[in-house]
Ligand binder design. Structure first.
Ligand SMILES: Nc1ncnc2c1ncn2[C@@H]1O[C@H](COP(=O)(O)OP(=O)(O)OP(=O)(O)O)[C@@H](O)[C@H]1O
Ligand SMILES: [Mg+2]
Length: 530
């Protein structure tokens, strides 16, 4: 085999026989070399062990077995800061910023003494702000005021801050764990520019993602984990996406899905002229019983906000939401002021932000699933542990949640499996209308198809589904109709016979006429995930 220039050099980092066992082994006998100036893609199903391996390299988790070498010397970091001091850094899958501190403070929290920002023990605020602006400019976000509190930023921008923070200072090895899960395509491009710059400087990068087309774009080599074992390492050019998927899941997965025979009935949910400020402007649509209605659009177009208004998580200024009281009956306007009203009426919202809104991480899967379903697991007002467990078991099986069982704390699950718990909680409830906001973000290819299958089952039962997704291909795969949001308006509703990717994209841009508006409204990532 001919070696590229960087593969011919000695490895910067080698890991040998690395394994990790919690109750059961989650990583076993991993051997891997990283070379200066290369990007190694690391992929595998949810729970395959990608984040665990990263955390071991990044000093956050102790390996149970194995050794590592960095630049020719033994490397066994005792902590994340020990690893960082040696130039090994990672952007974690779950954000680690402090929401109550400013962007500037988050960026330099760990670098105050080294970066000359301390004078006589005081923080030099002006200099801090200046440096922060420089760091943000590197990732193309110089428009953000460094004094903004991180908690006030959208989740995509928070992710960019996390990335910027890791580009500060010396870096020999950089691990990016699902860095683009929440980014728009413009931000992805900025990130890729940074990656190219780091490569040119001789940094070795590990890039973890479920978006296979990104891996092909960014990486020279790919390593595939399955059930904690490294099953294949190869040059990217030697493998097709299909081959990678097959190696990941150990079976073949088609690009097609059969959602079964559905009877699309009478209108069940009717949204009329709903709005809030200029974020959501007079949106109307209806969804029939048994129908899957997609909501597409650029990030920032008001899709999430629309779901929140329907659900009562934010208060609408205008418009009505109506629901058919019985199948076939005319929809009746609802009074929804809070999510509790929506849930009582039979409307569920499955959110994209599993950490912020969805889950109680220290609690077991069982408690998280039954949360919001207390009625069905309680007897005489007391939660019945047996029923709670049975309900959790059912969801674990239906969703193929990879876990040690209902008693395992949700915080110990892999990112994608946490997302499944959020979905499982709502599936356990009897809701007529399910609003899904980015349901498959961070979820592996095989599990996505599990979720599509579940959606099909829900629709066959006569429920109405609304699915917000940035992945156009996903919507075109599972939806009966797609409404496109643009700058707060619904600029088009398409059905299967009259949609095309071009028409959907044109509608997504229709609301942004001026350049100014475009600058503020980020782009799609309809290229999305596989
Ligand atoms: N602290 C912990 N205690 C027990 N088990 C854990 C702990 N942390 C991780 N695990 C288990 O290790 C396995 C691998 O998890 P990991 O987070 O590495 O997966 P991943 O490949 O990153 O998945 P994803 O694509 O969903 O992010 C999972 O089964 C997870 O439940
Ligand atoms: Mg992970």
């Amino acid at each position: 085999m001919d070696l590229t220039a960087h593969e011919a050099q000695p490895a910067i980092l080698s890991v040998t026989g690395i394994g990790k066992t919690y109750v059961e082994p989650v990583l076993a006998n991993v051997d891997l070399d990283l070379h200066a100036g290369e990007v190694l893609a690391l992929t595998g199903e949810n729970g395959a062990g990608k984040s665990t391996l990263s955390k071991i390299i990044g000093g956050l988790v102790d390996p149970t077995t194995g050794t590592m070498r960095l630049g020719g010397s033994a490397y066994a970091p005792a902590s994340r800061s020990a690893a960082e001091a040696l130039g090994v850094r990672m952007v974690m899958q779950e954000l680690n910023l402090l929401p109550t501190l400013s962007v500037a403070e988050n960026l330099f929290l760990n670098h105050l003494p080294q970066s000359g920002l301390l004078r006589l023990g005081w923080i030099d605020r002006r200099k801090l702000r200046e440096n922060a602006r420089g760091a943000m400019a590197q990732v193309g976000l110089d428009a953000i005021d460094p004094d903004t509190l991180v908690g006030e930023l959208g989740i995509g921008h928070q992710q960019m801050v996390e990335i910027a923070r890791n580009l500060i200072g010396d870096c020999r090895v950089l691990i990016l764990d699902e860095p683009t899960a929440m980014l728009t395509s413009r931000e992805v491009d900025l990130l890729f520019e940074q990656i190219a710059r780091l490569k040119a400087r001789g940094v070795a990068l590990v890039y973890i993602s479920h978006r296979l087309e990104e891996l092909a774009r960014v990486a020279e080599r790919v390593a595939i984990l399955r059930d904690g074992k490294l099953v294949h390492v190869d040059r990217m050019a030697n493998l097709t996406s299909d081959q990678i998927v097959t190696l990941m899941v150990g079976r073949e997965i088609g690009e097609r899905i059969d959602l079964g025979v559905r009877n699309i009935g009478a209108p069940l949910l009717k949204v009329e002229g709903i709005g809030r400020g200029d974020v959501v402007r007079d949106v109307s649509f209806e969804v029939r019983a048994g129908e899957i209605f997609g909501v597409s659009g650029l990030i920032g177009a008001g899709r999430t906000e629309l779901m929140r208004l329907i659900y009562g998580a934010d208060v609408k200024d205008r418009g009505t939401v109506s629901l058919a009281p019985t199948p076939g009956a005319a929809p009746v306007p609802l009074r929804i002021a809070t999510p509790a009203d929506a849930v009582r009426a039979g409307i569920a919202l499955i959110t994209e932000d599993r950490k912020g809104e969805g889950l109680l991480l220290p609690l077991p899967i069982a408690a998280n699933v039954s949360l919001g379903n207390v009625g069905s697991v309680a007897r005489h007002g007391v939660v019945d542990a047996k029923r709670e467990n049975a309900l959790a078991m059912k969801q674990i099986q239906a969703m193929r949640i990879r876990s040690a069982g209902p008693a395992q704390p949700v915080g110990e699950l892999s990112g994608g499996n946490q997302q499944k718990v959020v979905i499982g909680r709502w599936l356990a409830r009897d809701c007529k209308v399910l609003l899904f906001d980015e349901p498959t973000r961070g979820i592996d290819v095989g599990a996505k198809f599990d979720i599509y299958g579940l959606m099909g089952a829900l629709a066959r039962e006569g429920r109405a589904l609304v699915v917000v997704s940035s992945d156009l291909r996903e919507l075109m795969l599972i939806c009966d109709r797609i409404g496109v949001m643009s700058a707060g308006r619904m600029t088009g509703i398409f059905s299967r016979d009259d949609w095309s990717q071009d028409a959907l994209l044109a509608a997504a841009f229709a609301g942004y006429r001026s350049r100014e508006a475009l600058l503020h409204a980020p782009e799609t990532n309809e290229a999305g995930s596989v």
